[in-house]
Design a protein around this ligand. Structure first.
Ligand code: DX5
Ligand code: ZN
Length: 214
């Protein structure tokens, strides 16, 4: 299982120390949430901050774009060196072109589904996606209430991926903790994102260790 702590729950006044904790941990990726105040009712961080994050993190950056017109920014994300770029299905009019462009730029391409979007929407695009990120909360904030219907979506998507012989990764984001993370892995998830469960823990490095044992 791949574990991706979400920086959104970190102490933004001390980002360097927060990232160093992740660097020193068993976490696999660092999850960055990018919000524009249009696609979601919140604004997180922009390129001036992310450039510093990229320089400090030794973990590959897993970037979750909650913005309209994400295709406008593909080369800028490539230039700061992110590993993967995931765009919302609900934000893309030309999803196939956007995924192809992300891969041509040398990054892993991901598609994100909001809680209301069924996984079956991806039947004709799945083979272009390196990652499918399923939201288990409504996007926009960390520390929100988990939506249990996400377990069933993971199971249905696992079937679609296996039946087609694909190796697309299933990532789950929102309300993850030890208990739900275990159930998600059992349902077929490959990557877990966790914000509050890690950064609000007394000992984030120890919490990461526990999550990695799932
Ligand atoms: C929400 C973000 C998540 C969020 C997860 O829009 O996509 O990555 O930071 O935070 P938790 O794990 O606290 O729900
Ligand atoms: Zn996210």
């Amino acid at each position: 299982m791949i574990l991706a702590p979400s920086l959104l729950s970190a102490d933004f006044l001390h980002l360097e120390q927060e990232i160093e904790k992740i660097n020193a941990s068993e976490a696999d990726w660092l999850h960055l949430d990018v919000m524009d105040g249009v696609f979601v009712p919140n604004i997180s961080m922009g390129f001036p901050v992310m450039r510093h994050v990229a320089k400090t993190s030794v973990k590959p950056l897993d970037t979750h774009l909650m913005i309209v017109d994400p295709q406008k920014f593909i080369t800028q994300f490539r230039d700061i060196g992110v590993q993967s770029l995931s765009v919302h299905y609900e934000a893309c009019n030309n999803l196939h072109r956007t995924l192809v462009q992300i891969k041509e730029a040398g990054m892993k391409a991901g598609v994100v589904l909001n809680p209301h979007s069924p996984v079956e929407l991806l039947a004709d695009i799945l083979e272009e996606a390196d990652i499918v990120l399923l939201m288990s909360v409504d996007p926009g904030f960390s520390g929100q209430k988990f939506i249990p219907h996400a377990y069933d979506k993971v199971r249905r998507l696992r079937k679609m991926i296996d039946q087609n012989g694909l190796n697309t990764l299933i990532e789950v984001d929102g309300g993850m903790n030890l208990e739900r993370g275990k159930l998600m892995v059992e349902a077929g998830a490959d990557v877990l994102v966790a914000g509050n469960a890690i950064f609000k823990a007394d000992d984030p490095i120890e919490m990461i260790k526990q999550l990695k044992l799932l």
